[in-house]
Ligand binder design. Structure first.
Ligand SMILES: Cc1cc2nc3c(=O)[nH]c(=O)nc-3n(C[C@H](O)[C@H](O)[C@H](O)COP(=O)(O)OP(=O)(O)OC[C@H]3O[C@@H](n4cnc5c(N)ncnc54)[C@H](O)[C@@H]3O)c2cc1C
Length: 389
């Protein structure tokens, strides 16, 4: 949607397909990072965007056993917005879609599922899709697979995916907010359990980390045992578990995947976002990276697309630009999951706070660095593609 908006705004004829009838999806990641807010600022959309209901994260905190540590501070970032905005992803997408719809050369086709690539002499020339009225074919000078981590177009492209592995999955659930609750991001570590609580004004969005493929065992053990585990780690919200979690239907499984394509393009086709690299939920950076890919793609390909289809060499410049930030963040995520999260999930006792956690907590100036890494990413992109006259 972001790439569609950026290109259409620059005068390129764009069609965006969405297989669902709307963007309404629960627990799809609602973090809008400072670098994404910076992009909205550069597009002149920030003021209007921030009028939508949202909450703000300004610090990141960890509670290990009874000890509390502040490990990230977004208020020192060199960005217009010194916070992470939490906003339902469908509000963000609806907002972008509404802005894009006012551009005559932007076309959004809802309930249209891309099914296969069309090729001529090994060059991708568009796709075929299924709508509620039947199959359609779309001819395109460039086809972009931005269809997420289970990308159909990537699968059809024959491009090779490298799996980096993930030793954990995440269960998402909601707990009620009560007056007097803290209002920031809290990660809790208790025994061998990890629980992250994100304040969302009228509820807590909670992530409970479990060993890979462990949800079936949890379900087999029963709701009572699951609730007892949650109570151990939910801290001030422990008393709300029984009332809030009455069925496993209220618990959503995120199967964690970390992977990336070896090559992001083939002639006529480019993959970006999760279709090019699924990220671990550590740091909540998936949306941010997808947006950054979109900005880089628009900057690099937009001028060429105004004149016609870009050649394969031009498409490769996107990977050349975006692979480095992706690799750095994935390397950090893989190290964090293997060296910190997996041992904690195997442990029976609450671990001692690592040295770096104590250091960030004691030296407030240092806290801006994890916040920069998570909030701005590596080599942040800026909108350089100009609006059409
Ligand atoms: C449970 C969960 C929690 C997450 N939490 C966070 C978080 O807190 N912060 C964060 O930054 N990231 C989070 N993520 C990751 C984040 O959602 C993704 O990294 C990000 O949305 C990737 O953007 P994308 O545009 O590449 O793909 P997606 O957001 O997956 O968008 C792909 C779109 O394409 C559509 N589509 C798929 N196939 C087709 C098709 N064949 N034809 C037409 N349309 C199609 C889909 O319906 C979807 O709308 C989470 C992911 C999950 C699953």
């Amino acid at each position: 949607m972001m790439l569609g908006y950026l290109l259409a705004r620059a005068g390129v004829d764009v069609t965006v397909l969405e297989k669902h009838t709307d963007f309404l999806r629960d627990f799809r990641g609602d973090t809008v990072h400072p670098s994404t807010l910076q992009v909205m600022h550069e597009l002149g959309l920030l003021e209007k965007f921030l009028k939508l209901p949202h909450t703000r994260i300004t610090t990141a905190n960890i509670q290990i056993g009874e000890a509390h540590f502040t490990v990230g501070d977004f208020t020192r970032l060199p960005t217009v917005c010194k916070f992470i905005a939490l906003m339902p992803q469908w509000d963000f997408l609806d907002f972008l879609a509404d802005e894009a719809r006012s551009i005559p050369n932007f076309h959004l086709m809802m309930e249209t599922k891309a099914e296969a690539l069309r090729t001529e002499k090994s060059v991708v020339t568009g796709l075929t899709a299924r709508t509620s009225k039947g199959a359609i074919a779309i001819k395109a000078g460039l086809t972009v697979a931005a269809d997420g981590r289970h990308s159909t177009l990537r699968l059809r492209s024959g491009l090779t995916v490298k799996d980096l592995g993930a030793p954990f999955d995440v269960l998402w659930l909601s707990l009620p907010v009560r007056p007097g609750d803290p209002q920031d991001l809290v990660g809790r570590v208790q025994g061998g359990q990890l629980f992250v609580m994100i304040y969302r004004t009228d509820y807590w969005q909670c992530a409970y980390l479990i060993p890979k493929d462990g949800f079936d065992t949890i379900r087999a053990d029963g709701l009572e045992k699951f609730r007892a585990r949650l109570k151990e780690v939910a801290g001030f919200a422990a008393g709300r578990i029984d009332g809030a979690i009455t069925d496993f239907e209220q618990v959503r499984l995120l199967t964690v995947t970390v992977n990336r394509l070896e090559e992001w393009a083939r002639p006529g086709l480019l993959c970006i976002g999760d279709a090019a690299h699924a990220m671990s939920p550590i740091g909540g950076v998936g949306i941010n990276l997808a947006i950054q890919d979109a900005v880089a793609t628009a900057n690099l390909l937009g001028p060429r697309l105004r004149k016609g289809a870009p050649n394969f060499e031009t498409l490769k410049t996107v990977q050349a630009r975006r692979e480095f930030p992706t690799r750095v963040i994935q390397a950090f995520q893989v190290a964090a999951q293997n060296l910190l999260l997996a041992p904690t999930l195997r442990a029976t006792q609450t671990p001692k706070p690592p040295l770096f956690v104590k250091l960030f907590d004691r030296l407030p100036w240092l806290r801006q660095w994890p916040a920069r890494f998570i909030g701005m990413g590596v080599r942040p992109e800026h909108v350089t593609l100009q609006k059409a006259q």
